[in-house]
Design a protein around this ligand. Structure first.
Ligand code: SD4
Length: 306
């Protein structure tokens, strides 16, 4: 039969991203074009401090970006620790389409981006610089749970300055094909050179066009350890619903590191081949956005363990 297109993405910010993706899907465009367009929205948003331009820097003051993209044919592309380029997701797509490789990092990724016409710009905003300088006073690396979700962090953090998001986005197009994208500036004040789960195929994102796609957000180290997104897709292959699969991946993570799990956030979001979706997170406060013909930009809370 005819597939009903749908797009899902992580955090409140997914609403705006989904809108851009939906414009492509409803016109009969590909899921790949849709997820790229969606991911570019938070990347370009200066108020968003965990993605793209305006992202918080590492502990040495450098904004370094991670992103990956995967299509329905198993093609994938990724960049990690990329500096001075505002749209890492589009560089990742170019790595996928124009190179024999899957992943480029650091200087090499930058060189490739420049060769392909991307403009270099300063990504550290005055707000990002101020937050970094405040952080330098104590230098405590303590990832804030739900830093991406304004409504859950507003009481804890002054001035609403933590309004932002790392985006994972999954789409099913009218032809029944799945693609996904994931883009982030990583954990704020990370060590220089640190790479999280978001650009790692299988960890931050995985798509298998026979089964479904999954993406992760939160503390990437724990997601890498459990190859989270691949796990979610494999669980769906074995018959789990998207939410059940996400729940089991969260439980796996707790089993591996019970003490760590209590004090961090990790969330998974999944979309299967039939257009069914679901999410699950360690802590309350994870949100995701869904957009299809019926419900445009509806925001649903994910279930959580704690
Ligand atoms: C990372 N998973 O770099 C990313 C951060 C994130 O919402 O998802 N923040 O570990």
């Amino acid at each position: 039969g005819v597939t009903k297109p749908i797009v899902v993405s992580t955090w409140d910010f997914g609403v705006a991203a989904n809108k851009a993706a939906w414009d492509i899907l409803k016109a009969g465009g590909s899921a790949l074009d849709a997820v790229e367009a969606g991911a570019r929205v938070p990347e370009a948003d200066l108020a968003n401090m965990t993605v793209g331009k305006g992202g918080y820097p590492d502990r040495d003051g450098h904004v370094t970006l991670d992103a990956c993209i995967m299509d329905d044919k198993g093609n994938c592309g990724s960049v990690a620790a990329l500096e001075n380029i505002a749209h890492p997701i589009s560089v990742a797509r170019m790595v996928m389409e124009k190179t024999p490789h899957v992943m480029l990092v650091g200087e090499g990724a930058l060189q490739f981006a420049i060769e392909n016409g991307f403009k270099q710009e300063t990504l550290l905003t005055p707000e990002g610089e101020k937050a970094w300088k405040d952080w330098l006073k104590e230098k405590k690396y303590e990832p804030v749970i739900n830093i991406e979700n304004k409504s859950f962090t507003a009481e804890k953090l002054p001035g609403n300055q933590y309004n932002h998001d790392t985006i994972g986005i999954l789409a099913l197009d009218i032809a029944g094909n799945l693609s996904g994208a994931c883009t982030t500036s990583g954990m704020a004040f990370k060590m220089r050179g640190r790479v999280g789960d978001s650009p790692i195929i299988g960890a931050g994102l995985y798509v298998d066009n026979e089964v479904g796609g999954a993406t992760a957000t939160g503390v990437g180290e724990e997601v890498i350890r459990t190859v989270g997104s691949f796990l979610v897709v494999e669980l769906m292959r074995q018959g789990r619903s998207p939410q059940e699969a996400c729940r089991e991946a969260v439980e796996r993570l707790i089993k591996k590191k019970p003490d760590t799990a209590k004090n961090i956030q990790v969330g998974f979001l999944a979309l299967n081949k039939n257009g069914e979706y679901g999410a699950f997170s360690l802590q309350k406060g994870f949100s995701y956005a869904v957009c299809d013909e019926q419900k445009q930009d509806l925001l649903l809370p994910g279930a959580s363990v704690y």
